[in-house]
Design a protein around this ligand. Structure first.
Ligand code: NDP
Ligand code: 2IT
Length: 450
């Protein structure tokens, strides 16, 4: 108990104003108590003190010219958090809310997530407080080029391999890769999530959403349940949400919602994925435009959301998949999910549930798949992309998808078995944190004081 308090107090004074980062650290440390009590070597090697401190933090200026020839300046970040298990690996987020706290919470989570995949990848994260909304294609290109003008000197196929996250998809990865190649003259597998035309892996685009549903499938199996016919609440309408919806439908479930920053779409007959993809992947429109095709759907604008939460979780559903952003599911939302008899919450996003929401979910005996386990399929498939690049091979869709299924089944089993090992029932938060931490901490001990 006291070391959690001491660690957070120290972080608050040495890394001020990073509330999301403290939230992520507190959750992990809270879970680790039984492990630390029974294994004194982690204390002797000061693993906690070291693991909460990034190995390296890079912050840089990103100047670029907009279409009106005005100079714009953004803040760029790359947090190289932990390389005990392999090269730093983790996405880049372009969103106006990005700051040191957000990038550090994401980088910290990434360490344990990557460890859970069982693949040789360390943890990192980056991004910029750049708002891609409303920007022209040439503005996006100029921003990505300027961002890479600084980032290129810090990354490499065996040192640090970024990918996408919120606001960074195939288009941005293309512009970033082009500039990296121009600056270095190297055709390296230095980014993942690349286009299938030039080094990308099949299934990477779908992997986070598909992986999240495979994780849910494993959980439900253990409960003697299945996805067949279950009504599902999904938040978000980006990469993770779309491919979560796709896989849910393929496996017989009925996703009835999605959301973006303008509001929530509720289609009781089931989301029409072709319309959603056309809106979001092709025409880049707000969700409300879905009603032009489906007048029987309902759109709830953000202005009508309850004060203490998010409209999407107030709709009746059997399974919940938060796939948008951090802290999008509150304690009040969790209470409504419990009242409505929700069976499981499986997180496609990173830290989408607030700490008090997690407490409500666990108390209500809703089966809970935390993001660092349930959304690990994206980064795992990134590592499969790295493996294909390094060996100059190209695997088929089925081959990558089969590996993804196996990885997600293994993530689930190791998280579940670790919870059981520590008498924590089906508390997968504890299972995920201990299983991930143990691998990283043991590697750190073997590698000495670095
Ligand atoms: P996208 O940019 O493709 O989509 C994000 C979606 O979430 C959009 O619908 C967006 O709405 C919505 N959203 C984002 N921020 C907010 C906000 N502050 N308030 C309300 N809505 C918001 O990102 P991804 O789908 O890739 O990422 C979604 C989540 O999944 C993130 O937490 C990310 O870290 C996590 N994740 C992503 C992985 C990946 O491989 N891409 C892997 C593992 C986790 P709008 O467009 O209106 O802003
Ligand atoms: O949060 C995440 O795991 C990602 N955004 C994917 C990271 C990656 O390197 O594929």
């Amino acid at each position: 108990m006291t070391y959690i308090h001491e660690t957070i107090t120290r972080l608050k004074s040495t890394s001020p104003a990073q509330s999301e980062f403290y939230q992520a650290v507190e959750e992990v440390l809270d879970s680790l108590q039984p492990l630390l009590e029974s294994n004194e070597q982690y204390k002797r090697h000061a693993i906690i003190e070291r693991i909460v401190e990034p190995e390296r933090q890079i912050m840089f200026r990103v100047p670029w010219m907009d279409d009106e020839n005005n100079v714009q300046v953004n803040k760029g970040y790359r947090i190289e958090f932990n390389s005990a298990l392999g090269p730093y690996k983790g996405g880049l987020r372009f969103h106006p809310s990005v700051n040191a706290s957000i990038v550090k919470f994401l980088g910290f989570e990434q360490i344990f997530k990557n460890a859970l995949t069982g693949l040789p990848i360390g943890g990192g994260k980056g991004g910029a407080n750049f708002n891609p909304k409303g920007k022209s294609d040439s503005e996006i290109m100029r921003f990505c080029q300027s961002f890479m003008n600084e980032l290129y000197r810090h990354i490499g196929p065996t040192t640090d391999v970024p990918a996408g996250d919120i606001g960074v998809g195939a288009r941005e990865i293309g512009y970033l890769f082009g500039q990296y190649k121009r600056l270095t003259g190297r055709y390296d597998g230095v980014l993942t999530g690349k286009s299938l035309l030039w080094g990308g892996s099949l299934v990477r685009k779908e992997a986070t959403g598909y992986g999240c549903v495979y994780f849910a499938q494993n959980m439900l199996d253990d409960m003697g349940e299945s996805l067949e016919g279950k009504t599902c609440l999904v938040s978000g309408a980006g990469n993770v949400a779309i491919y979560t919806i796709e896989k849910l439908q393929q496996l017989g479930a009925v996703p009835i919602t999605c959301s973006d920053s303008s509001g929530t779409l509720h289609h009781p007959n089931g989301i029409d994925l072709a319309t959603l993809k056309d809106l979001k992947e092709v025409r880049h429109q707000r969700l409300k435009a879905y009603l032009e095709v489906h007048s029987d759907a309902e759109f709830i604008p953000v202005s009508d959301y309850p004060e203490d939460g998010h409209a999407v979780w107030r709709i009746d559903g059997q399974l919940a998949f938060p796939c948008a952003t951090q802290n999008e599911l509150t304690a009040a939302d969790a209470e409504v999910l419990a009242e409505n008899g929700c069976l499981a919450v499986v997180e496609g996003a990173n830290m989408p549930s607030t700490q008090s929401a997690v407490d409500v979910i666990l108390d209500a005996k809703i089966y809970y798949g935390p993001g660092k386990a349930a959304n690990a399929g994206g980064v795992a498939t990134s590592q499969l992309e790295m493996a294909q690049n390094a060996s100059m091979q190209r695997w088929s869709f089925e081959e990558v998808d089969d590996k993804l299924k196996t990885i997600m089944a293994n993530v689930y089993t190791s998280v579940r078995d670790t919870a059981l090992e520590f008498d924590a029932g089906n508390n997968l938060v504890l299972g995920a944190n201990i299983a991930g931490f143990r691998k990283v901490a043991d590697a750190m001990i073997e590698q000495g004081l670095v």
